[in-house]
Design a protein around this ligand. Sequence first.
Ligand code: UDP
Length: 250
Amino acid sequence: MAKRDKLYEGKAKTIFATDNAHQLIQYFKDDATAYNAQKHEVIMGKGVLNNAISYHIMSALGAAGIKHHLIKKIDHREQLIRKCDIIPVEVVVRNIAAGSMVARLAGKHIPIDLGTCLKTPMVEYYLKEDALKDPLITAEHITGFDLASEDELKQMRLTSLAINRILGDLFNGIGITLVDFKLEFGRPSQRQEDDPLLILADEISPDNCRLWDKATGDIKDKDRFRKSMGGLVEAYQDIANRFGITIAAT
Ligand code: UDP
């Protein structure tokens, strides 16, 4: 598969065209950003780990019946993916209160704290627009401003909750609590017979999940970077090891 023009450079990944109009290459960089890219560092080895972990997780989701954009892992940095028109909405599923949920809502009426178990998983939507700092939006914003149709929104919500159940079990099996995570969905440029309206896109890695060690409470995700705790590569490597993933040397 020939790699062609760079189409898009994101914070942690770069997207390249290929000689197939319906397939792209997703390249995992070592860059880490937080707080809308105000904090930025290059962390050697992060991209290789995220590529391997995301490949493992997407494959497990695929085996469980979730349709996604991943075609194959090309090498230690790259994946071949299906081209999609990405819905500009980040879907966050939360099992335990953390991060912006606590910062925004904890108080007299909502007496949550970091680590409070939610009665039921909660789905939130954020507009994917860096210039606006990815604001929280409602389901009515999504359909009212034509970001997605009613049917697409319904599918994003139900698929995200299904993914939460599958991922929760997957992480449980390696002694990790899945606190929350972020998903992105897209409309495939070329529909396949068994495609739902939207397929899962982007990546699922410790960059966009909160993962806590069940035994020690140790943080195994990007919060290590956000909070300047150090040990990010070691934490991601630990997740890979627990999944039995072998990482390519280069
Ligand atoms: N998240 C993400 N990308 C974003 C914002 C959030 O991957 O642009 C993930 C984040 O890693 C966490 C979940 O979504 O697992 C919820 O994040 P939160 O809203 O608490 O935001 P943060 O604390 O990162 O500001």
